[in-house]
Design a protein around this ligand. Structure first.
Ligand SMILES: [Zn+2]
Length: 84
C-alpha cells in the first residue's frame, strides 16, 4: 500500500521522497495507486476464500470453538489488573 493524495479533480499523486508525482497506474476498482499493470489492488482482490481462510486462522475463534475463550480473556484482564 502506498500513501496517496487526491486533488480536487481526483487525480492521484504519490510522494516520491521529494515531491508529489502524478500517478496514472490505478486499481481498476478503487483507484488506489498500483504497480504498473497489476489491474486491481490487493484489497480489491480479496474474495470469499480469503475471508474464510482468515476466519479459520483467527485465534480467538479457535479458543471460542474449544470453549476456552472466556477463561482466556479473564486471564488477560487479570494480567492487566495486576500491572503496576
Ligand atoms: Zn482496489
Amino acid at each position: 500500500m502506498t500513501p496517496f493524495f487526491l486533488d480536487i479533480n481526483e487525480s492521484v499523486y504519490v510522494f516520491d521522497g521529494k515531491s508529489l508525482m502524478l500517478h496514472s497506474d490505478l486499481c481498476d476498482s478503487c483507484r488506489e495507486p498500483q504497480a504498473s499493470g497489476t489491474g486491481t489492488c490487493s484489497w480489491c482482490r480479496i474474495d470469499h476464500s480469503h475471508r474464510e481462510e482468515a476466519k479459520d486462522r483467527n485465534t480467538f475463534r479457535m479458543l471460542a470453538h474449544y470453549g476456552i475463550l472466556d477463561d482466556y480473556l479473564a486471564g488477560v484482564r487479570d494480567i492487566h489488573r495486576k500491572r503496576p
